[in-house]
Structures are given as structure tokens and as C-alpha cells.
Design a protein around this ligand. Sequence first.
Ligand code: MRU
Length: 373
Amino acid sequence: MNVHGQHYRTIWLKKDNPGVVQIIDQRYLPHKFVIEDLTSVDEVATAIFEMHVRGAGLIGATAGYGMYIAALHAPRHNADAFSAALEADAEKLKATRPTAINLEWAVQRQLAAIEAAGSDIEAKIEAALQTAQIIADEDAEFCRRIGEHGLSLIEEISRRKQGEPVNILTHCNAGWLAFVDYGTATAPVYAAHDRGINVHVWVDETRPRNQGARLTAWELGQHGVPHTVIADNVGGHLMQHQMVDLVITGSDRTTYTGDVANKIGTYLKALAAYDNDVPFYVALPSSTIDWQMQDGVKEIPIEQRDATEVKYIAGLSDGEHTSVLLTPADSPAANYAFDVTPARLVSGLITERGICRATAAGVLELFPEKKLD
Ligand code: MRU
């Protein structure tokens, strides 16, 4: 992704010091572009929990680099002490955010790779480094492929509309900021825009943290994609008036049966889309699929965050990043961060291997190797 004409990923190792992980600190976007250095597992855990980094794929990639940092700092005098330190750091990272399955997936993948590297500790550290890079590279490549597969949906609508703008509604930020590069829900949009297809994106603001208004709008602007920010409750009205051709969202965890956990409010958009015959697609890499869970509504853990995120709103005032109280000071607030959209409301899943129905049969057709699990 380009930022002011320069290509960035959302996470990388510092050029002259591979013991330092660098991230774009998303708390300051869109007003300030801040790069943060992470040098310890505690700093990595804080960055995930406090959402300096966020979004399923990027949380996974950050946890991958976090386990590399853990290996780098674990005691080297004996193998048991090394493993015990890694296990403790793995638990610390996994405890930061519960809904996006990519976090646990990346930590487990690292533990398996480090174990498989044998008994030499230097070899284990090297394995952790390689695995962190592979997780990040795969995330970017899978998102690129999601863009290519999702493009076909936009092309078809564009043909039908004879070149009139294709209006796509998205919720939250499932863009490149939520992954290592490209994003999921936005990847088909970027692919279409780059091929000269006339696209326009309705960007849900996404209260309470406003990932749509702050991050998706910024990303689309950087890429030159026409877009309009809307308040969260506008989508239903737009759909009733044929002003949305397609909804594409991301996912933080998708059961192999096709239920989709995504940012709070996604379910209501899916209901409105269903009622108005608007196709509702979810774009996700396979690292976001939970191969154990069948019933997303009952089983997917829903993160509840601090009430202050609902009670206060942050933005720029007189050039200063600031936060102001929105509610009566003593009103309690609840902050459910995700909801689950049942598979029956999902038109299809856009994955790195293609588009499938949101059913176990559809998913397993694309990922037949999972049938044995
Ligand atoms: O709480 P966040 O910002 O980490 O939420 C995750 C999301 O960005 C969205 O739910 C997104 O649509 C999922 S795709 C990473």
C-alpha cells in the first residue's frame, strides 16, 4: 500500500536492527503517521491489546513477530528454561484479544515451528524469525489473491450497470491496515479501481472506535478510491433505495460452517442486505477460519472492551489529538466489540483459494485437506 507515494507494510523488522519490530501505530491515524518500535513481548502485547495494531491478519502477524521477540529474549542456558519462557509469553500474547482467531493460530504455528527446529537454541530462534516472516508474507499474498477473486464480483456488477459506479458498502476496517498489506474487504476494491472500473465505497463510521471513519476512509483516500463516510445506521436506508450494489466485510473468525464474527454492527448490515436482496460477501484468509467451531453465535468468544471507548470520542482539535466525553459522566456503557452473522445471511466467502458458499460443504470444497481433521 502507498502512503504519500511510499510503499508500506503494516509491520516489519527494523532495517539495521532485526531485534526491533516496527509497526504503524494506528491510534493516531488519520491525523498523524507514527511508527512505533517494539522490542519486548510486553510491548507487543500492549500494542495488540491497546490496538496500536488491530485487525485479524495484522494481530496474527504481530503475534508471530512477538513470538520471535520472545525467542530472542528467552534464557539460553538450558532448553527447559527456554521452552518455559516461550510458553509463558505465548499465553501472555494469546490473552490480549479473544475474538480474532489469527492470534492463537499464529502463536501455535510459532510454537510448533520452534519445537520442530530441534534442540539447538540458535536454530530455534532462527526458526521463529523465519516463521514470523512467512506468516507476514503469506498474509500479504493471500490478501492479494482475495483481491483477484473478489474482483470478478465487481466486474460483473460493473458490466450489468454499463460502467456506472459500483457502490460497495463496507464496515469497520478490513483494509491493508488490518492485515500486512492489501486487506481483505478492500482488496477487490483496489483491484477493480486499479483496472479502471468505476467504484465508490460507502464507509460505515464503525462506532465506537471509528475504524471506518478513521482508517478505511484514509486508506481509500491514499489509493484515490472514491468513497463517502456514513454514520453506522445509514446502510439500511441506502439499500432500500438501490444505492448499494454489494456489501463486502472482513471477518475476525469464521466457523468452517460459514458463521462470521466481525466488528459489532455487521450483523445488522447483513439483515438489511438480506431484506433488500443486496449480495453480502465476506472476505477472509484461511488463517481466519476456525476449523473446530460449528455454531458461531453460541461458540465464538465476543470481546468486551472498556466502557470508556463508548463514552469518549477521540479526534483532532486545534492540531492536537484529543478525546472528549460524549455521554453523561455517570451513565454506564457496554462495549461489545464483535457480533456474529449467521451463514444463512452470507452470500459467499471470498478466500485466497476462490469464492465459496458459506456452508461447511462450500468451505471444505476449497480446503479439502481439512476434511481429515
Ligand atoms: O477491533 P478491530 O479493529 O481489531 O476489529 C477487527 C476489524 O478490523 C474488523 O472486524 C474487520 O472487519 C475484520 S477483518 C480484519
